[in-house]
Design a protein around this ligand. Structure first.
Ligand code: 5GP
Length: 194
């Protein structure tokens, strides 16, 4: 996998992955973030090219046809996928590349890059997760139910991940994540003898 470190972070939608990841990126400037493409409409405050590359379904399907994506899924009626070029180039440069994707995507990436490090962020309870999704106020009730159903499924797969982080507070979760990055980075340095 070249000299970089690929870290895949997953966990139920609404668990607060984005907030934890933002804090991690603030504190460790070596970490670069892969912006996914999606056909979902932007939520208020989301910026094209920062949160996601927002594209139409047709544009996304063209990316699939052109083999521009490392992996992709269809989730609650929208496409999500990881642009291949960016990840490969940053890994070549030796960067720590972070992907924030769903569990299916994480499993997919692990098959392609067995040396990647997978991290699962879990909510304190399912009730707490429901509160967090509802509080966000951006999803209609039927989508909330679909997301909760999927969350239960995803939690069942958490034991397949290399690391599990409980997101009780964002600060604690981010600190734990930073430790994991440090440990994995050191392992890699020792293996490659750098
Ligand atoms: P949301 O609509 O809440 O931003 O994201 C929904 C789900 O899609 C989340 O679990 C998120 O991690 C996942 N996701 C975002 N980007 C990607 C991607 O590129 N690939 C995959 N497989 N899942 C993604």
């Amino acid at each position: 996998m070249s000299s970089g470190l690929l870290i895949v972070v997953s966990g139920p939608a609404g668990v607060g992955k984005g907030t934890v990841v933002s804090l991690v990126r603030e504190k460790n400037r070596e970490v670069v973030f892969s912006v996914s493409a999606t056909s979902r409409k932007p939520r208020p405050g989301e910026i094209d090219g920062v949160n996601y590359f927002f594209v139409s379904r047709e544009q996304f399907e063209e990316m699939i046809r052109n083999n521009n994506l490392l992996e992709w899924v269809e989730y609650c009626g929208n496409y999500y996928g990881t642009p291949k070029d960016y990840v490969e180039k940053e890994l070549e440069k030796g960067k720590i590349v972070l992907l924030e994707i769903d569990v299916e995507g994480a499993q997919n990436i692990k098959k392609q890059y067995p040396k990647c490090v997978t991290v699962f962020i879990k909510p304190p309870t399912l009730d707490e997760l429901r509160k967090r999704i509802t509080k966000r106020g951006t999803e209609p009730p039927d989508i909330i139910e679909r997301r909760m159903h999927r969350a239960q499924n995803e939690l069942m797969h958490s034991s397949q991940f290399d690391h599990i982080i409980l997101n009780d507070t964002v600060k604690k979760a981010a600190d734990r994540f930073l430790e994991i990055i440090c440990v994995e980075r050191n392992k890699l340095t020792q293996i490659s003898g750098k």
